[in-house]
Design a protein around this ligand. Structure first.
Ligand code: GRG
Length: 294
């Protein structure tokens, strides 16, 4: 399988759907809609929506039906990036190779763009899906709310902020990232499998696959902050060291962190053993997680 082509095709599928689902840039309030489009349509790997589609494919469904839900997941992810970039949090100037939302517009607009994307995410995620019962859809929407909020990403972000300028051990670091980064990636896999009509065994297995790649993704993110090229990544690098942040490379060394990431990829691949070649994109995506350069 040509993963580059697979990613390009699916990124463009998600990009087109997002652009069509969002209010246009000239629709009022124009400033809000332009800020949303600036952040949402300005690049991004679209990993989470692609995982939703790939997990649905692995259990066998009409993936087009899941596009609105997948776009909702990307809206939610983008809201988290906009808010994370604000001066009160990471205070970043560059995201996805463009000025961050508050730099391009202003802080109030960026806060509102994030809020609007968070709520629009649930508008999109709760749209009816042909062949999927309202109960099943409700379970997926509830999962998304759970993993995005107190018990997932937002909770993890709070723990991460509280851990700044203090050395944390590997156990605590893993706990933080299981929520901050891992919850949404795991949720994408679980929801893709559920809305794709998977059996409860398949849903559980793909959730475990998601947990493993989620950890590998965060470790790679930490590694890229040390070894990555800010030009290629479209954002600042070297920030963890400046902020004296505990990361996988700072706690285990670069080689130790690479080894742990590889272990998680192997674990993820082992979760796919019972799946047919329909899960090949998931196998390639797992490998891509640690090989990516941005
Ligand atoms: C502000 C509620 C709130 C949460 C923020 C996701 C997050 C929590 C912060 C982002 C900071 C960060 C660098 C986290 C590490 C992993 C991560 C989520 C990276 C960005 O995701 P990618 O690489 O980004 O999928 P693209 O731009 O490709 O979508």
């Amino acid at each position: 399988m040509d993963l580059k082509l697979y990613l390009q095709t699916n990124q463009s599928l998600v990009d087109k759907a997002l652009s069509a689902l969002l209010p246009g840039p000239e629709e009022p309030p124009q400033r809000l809609n332009q800020a949303i489009r600036h952040s949402l349509l300005g690049g991004g790997k679209r990993l989470r929506p692609i995982l939703i589609l790939a997990c649905a494919d692995a259990v066998g469904t009409q993936r087009e039906q899941l596009l609105a839900f997948a776009c909702g997941m990307e809206c939610l992810h983008t809201y988290s990036l906009i808010h994370d970039d604000l001066p009160a949090m990471d205070d970043d100037d560059l995201r996805r190779g463009r000025p961050t939302c508050h730099k391009q517009f202003d802080e109030a607009t960026a806060i509102l763009a994030g809020d609007a994307l968070l709520t629009f995410a649930f508008d999109l995620a709760s749209r009816p899906i042909q062949g999927i019962s309202a109960d099943t859809l409700l379970m997926a929407v509830r999962q998304l709310a759970h993993d995005a909020g107190i018990f997932g990403m937002v909770g993890g972000q709070m723990m991460d902020l509280l851990a700044e300028h203090r050395k944390v051990d590997l156990g605590e670091l893993r706990g933080i990232h299981r929520l901050k980064t891992g919850a949404l990636i795991r949720c994408a896999c679980e929801c893709g499998a559920r809305l794709g009509g998977g059996t409860s065994d398949q849903i559980e297995t793909l959730k475990n696959y998601g947990a493993a790649i989620g950890l590998a993704f965060q470790i790679t993110d930490d590694l890229l902050d040390v070894t990555g090229d800010s030009q290629v990544m479209g954002k600042a690098t070297g920030k963890d060291e400046i902020n004296a942040k505990s990361t996988y490379p700072s706690l285990m060394g670069i080689e130790g962190a690479r080894h742990l990431a590889q272990e998680q990829i192997n674990l993820a691949l082992s979760h796919l053993e019972s799946f047919s070649s329909a899960a090949d994109p998931l196998r390639d995506l797992a490998r891509y997680i640690t090989e990516r350069t941005h």
